[in-house]
Every structure is written in C-alpha cells, then in structure tokens.
Design a protein around this ligand. Structure first.
Ligand code: NAD
Length: 290
C-alpha cells in the first residue's frame, strides 16, 4: 500500500518503520526533521498525503490533529483512509472524521495502548472508531503495527474506549500505591501484601502486571528507577481528556476527577514529570495525612 505517515515521534517512528519493513511504501513527515529506517522523508503533510491509500497521523493533541487534517484532507484521493492513531479528545476525533467523510474519505480514530515498547515490537492494541469499510481497509496495517484491533463502533468511539480504560488505570494505580503506603505504615511486608492482593479481590492490572513497588511482582518500571514506561504526564493528559469528555457528556466521574487532581499535583509540583506513572508510590510513601 502507499502510506503517508505524519508525526514520527516516539510512537510514530517505530510504527512507520514497521510498515516499511513489511513492504509498504511509506512517505513520512514530521515538523522536526526525523529520519526513519525505510521511510521516504517528504517536506510537508500534504506531500505525504498525495496519492496515499492510507494517511496515518500520530500527533500530540487534538488541536494539532485538526490543523494537520485541514491540510491533508483536500490533498487525499476519494476513498482513501485517514487513520488517526493519536490520543485526542473525542470532539476533535468526531469533527475531523466528519470533515474527512464530507470530502469522500474514510476516517478512523484508532488510539493505541502498549506504549513505545509495543510500537517498536509491533504489539500495540488499537481501539477503533469509524465505518466498518474503513476498518476492513486498515486491518492489514493494524496487524503489522499491533497484535489486536477492536472495532468499537462509530467515529470517536476509539477515543472513548481509550480514555475510559486509562481513567480506570489512573484510579487503580493510585489506589494500589496508597494501599502499599498504608500497608508500610501498618508494618505489613510488601511481598505479603502483593501475595494477598494479587490473588484477592483487590487485584488489578496495576497490582498484578505493573506492580508499583520495586522488587515485587513481574518486572516493571518500578524495577528500573521508575523510568517510563508510561510517563506520568501522559497519564495526566489522558485523565484530562476523560474529564473533558465527562463534562461534555454530563457524566459523574468523581474518582476520575480525583485522579486527575492527584496526577496534576504529582507532575507539576511533586517531581513526577519524566517519571513513570507508577512512581505515584513515592509520593504516598513520603507523606502523612497532613
Ligand atoms: P511525540 O511528542 O514523541 O511525537 C509527536 C510527533 O509529532 C513529534 O515528533 C512532533 O515533532 C510531531 N509533530 C507535531 N506537530 C506536527 C505537525 N503539525 N506536523 C507533523 N508532525 C508534527 O509523542 P508520542 O509519544 O509519539 O505520542 C504520540 C501520540 O500517541 C500522542 O497523542 C500520545 O498521547 C499517544 N500515545 C503515546 C504513548 C507513549 O507511550 N508515548 C502511548 C499511547 C499513546
């Protein structure tokens, strides 16, 4: 396939490289000049989009996505697929999809989970919103860049799934960290705490697969000085998107709001920036109630 790839950062570069390695013809553009193995560099988003059967975007936020989409949509051929893999607000995803469809294109929002490791290894999970016809066209590309693609329904539903999942993740990570800090203060050994909770009703992905306590459970960023992994500021971004969506939809999300406030404090005032989101444990273990 002829593919245009726009946004060759930490995630986009390895995703584009995997598509090229699989034999697709990939033209890449990033505002920072980036060189990616097997990807032909071009000088603008429009140039990447011209003649492409699929244009993939992997960008920082919804405002940038809207700007890039306004440039590439007029340059794309009718029937081509605009496939956004960034994590953005649901409204931006739906507005961009509506503009693309009005121009005769197929549009998909397909945010990912799996992080930089998953992008490099081609093991991402895609949560996809948009028409089934677009999903079918993009499926071979999902199979190269990832291990799983779930079609979640209409445009915007991929982003909805992503922020709901990450709202649960943020809340459960905080709950796991504060429980470890409480257990410490009660004199409970961390290994014993893990052995009980990971096989009891408090278990979760945060405890069982990504334990925030160093030396406990499977290998995780806690065992690597809390080097991300999934950075605290990315969790902050996703929790912000969840609250933005909740306000728009009049959904009551008090735990999500509390998680947003704690991650904001952690990133902005408590040395959390640049650390994995599980470093939240350091915050709780160093504090009392006051
Ligand atoms: P990044 O900042 O490394 O990459 C974004 C890239 O977009 C940069 O290289 C930047 O130069 C480029 N860019 C910005 N404006 C542009 C424009 N107008 N035209 C072309 N290129 C432009 O970010 P990332 O970590 O690769 O994340 C990309 C997206 O994936 C984000 O939406 C993020 O929330 C999401 N995401 C990231 C992770 C992760 O672990 N890093 C995990 C899941 C989802």
């Amino acid at each position: 396939m002829k593919i245009g790839f726009i946004g060759l950062g930490n995630m986009g570069a390895p995703m584009a490289a995997n598509l090229a390695k699989a034999g697709h013809s990939v033209r890449g553009f990033d505002t920072a000049s980036v060189v990616v193995d097997g990807v032909e560099p071009v000088n603008s988003a429009t140039e990447a989009a011209e003649g492409a059967e699929v244009v993939i975007t992997m960008l920082p936020n919804g405002d940038i996505l809207r700007k890039v989409a306004a440039e590439v949509i007029p340059a794309m051929e009718k029937g081509a697929v605009l496939l956004d893999c960034s994590t953005v607000d649901v409204d931006s995803a739906r507005d961009v999809a509506a503009e693309a469809e009005a121009a005769g294109l197929l549009a998909l929002d397909a945010p990912v989970s799996g992080g930089i490791g998953g992008a490099s290894a081609g093991t991402l999970t895609f949560m996809v919103g948009g028409a089934p016809e677009g999903f079918a066209k993009a499926k071979p590309l999902f199979d190269i860049m990832g291990q799983k693609a779930v079609h979640c329904g209409a445009s915007g539903n991929g982003q909805a799934a992503k922020i709901c999942n990450n709202m649960i993740l943020g809340v459960t990570m905080i709950a796991t960290c504060e429980a470890f800090a409480l257990a410490d203060k009660l004199g409970l050994d961390r290994q014993a705490m893990f052995d009980v909770v990971s096989t009891s009703s408090g278990y979760s992905w945060s405890m069982n697969a990504y334990c925030p306590a160093p030396g406990i459970g499977p290998h995780s960023p806690a065992d690597n000085g809390y080097t991300p992994g999934f950075a605290a500021e990315l969790m902050l971004k996703d929790l912000g998107l969840a609250q933005q969506a909740a306000e728009g939809a009049d959904a009551d999300t008090p735990m999500g709001a509390a998680a947003l406030a704690l991650y904001r404090q952690f990133v902005e005032d408590e040395d959390g920036r640049g650390r994995d989101f599980s470093a939240m444990l350091l915050r709780f273990e160093s504090r009392g109630r006051g």
